[in-house]
Design a protein around this ligand. Sequence first.
Ligand code: ADP
Ligand code: G6P
Length: 472
Amino acid sequence: MRQSSLVVVAMRLPIDDSVAPDGACEWRRSPGGLVSALHPLLRNTPATWVGWAGGSGPAPSLPDVDGVHMHTVPLSLEDLRDHYEGFANATLWPLYHDAVEQPEHHRRWWEAYQRVNQRYAEATAEVAEPGAIVWVQDYHLQLVPGLLRALRPDLRIGYFLHVPFPPPELFMQLPRRAELLHGMLGADLVGFQRPQAAHNFAQLATKVLGVAATDRRIAVDDRVVRIGAFPVSIDTAEMSALAASAEVAERAERFRRDLGEPERVILSVDRMDYTKGIEQRLTAYSELLASGHVKVRDTVLVQVAVPSRERVGQYQILRERVEREVGRINGEFGRVGEPAIHYLTQPFDRAELAALYRVADVMAVTPLRDGMNLVAKEYVAARVDDTGALLLSEFAGAATELSQAYLVNPHDLEGLKQGLLSALQADPADVTTRMRAMREHLHRHDITAWARSYLSALDETGSLVDRLPATH
Ligand code: ADP
Ligand code: G6P
């Protein structure tokens, strides 16, 4: 078995479901923030990625992608139903996102969560070199750090949560809260998107496990676990360069023509998820059309909503509701050849996404709760001419850094309508000042800066950080 000095462990492997006829695989860039974040880092770093290849049954053996060895973990239909669709996406996901949908609790799901986490820990133990650095990702694998430490105490283990970590009042609802905290505390470093999350975690460790904790360190047995905020980012230079390319500029012009050369284009790009605030945004837009503040001929809304977690009931219900509402709004306010909303559920390649970002005068990113929201950062990176208004929810992690955005509370319908109007009617000089400040921030705080700050906190020898590309 080939072993590596750096092992990334995530629920999914970062590859496309479609393997080319010659057996070659490509990086899966979409849709979802985790792979988008780690792709630029690993592209040039020898490593092994442990994860699920999609599908059920025996694990396929996959070729390396850009020097990264893909180590597959097999999952059965039952594992997928009870671990991925169940405990991960119908218990933890809604709970961690402020319970905007009701989390469900089933003992069978917890058993599957333990079983699948054990399998990932065992697979990781096999492929990690003695003393290797292992970086475990996200809420699907919260028990892996503890299980892995029991198998391989020689490893340096990091854990990073891409989604919000909830306040104690919510986390305390989990029947197996102590086990989940213990699992995470198997790591040497536990990273979150925001300082508030690290604070919540420290409070819970004291409350539930009775250990001594500050927002930076937690004492567990004879070890110290470091905790902290490491806001994830994007490859800013890559997105800027792509957006500035002639091909994307030309594609953007074509999009604008195809949209009927409206005065203003509003864009939203989301996974179809109830945390993204899609329904609230549609309501706000519909009310602005009804009151005449926005007119279909002048303004169009492009809503990209790529289906996600389609076997989970709450996601099926959401999709039906969104599609009914889009149909109603187009029926009521559209004209022949001029829909009020251009609704697209397809995945786009990076160049097409960059072109859409370039076309958007206003980018509406209004989740009810989001760990970070990389779409907001991609939009800013793509606005190479310093134009474009970002309407951003206060409840996205990105709002902490992109404080010059037009910030809104998506739960406040009147505030959301007002925010949308302000962004549509903003003074161009104000828009540019804000966009410049946000672009400046993202050039300094890009994905490499994120990986450097996390990995240098994890790997005190610094050997791994030396292998990372420089921040642009
Ligand atoms: P989440 O991780 O909750 O999906 P993020 O905004 O952090 O939300 O990340 C979403 C990622 O998926 C971004 O990198 C975005 O470009 C990508 N993405 C979203 N929708 C699409 C789509 N329709 N086609 C291609 N990529 C998409
Ligand atoms: C979020 C999660 C990721 C997840 C992604 C896509 O970004 O933090 O862990 O991979 O959404 O969701 P999916 O269920 O399709 O993997």
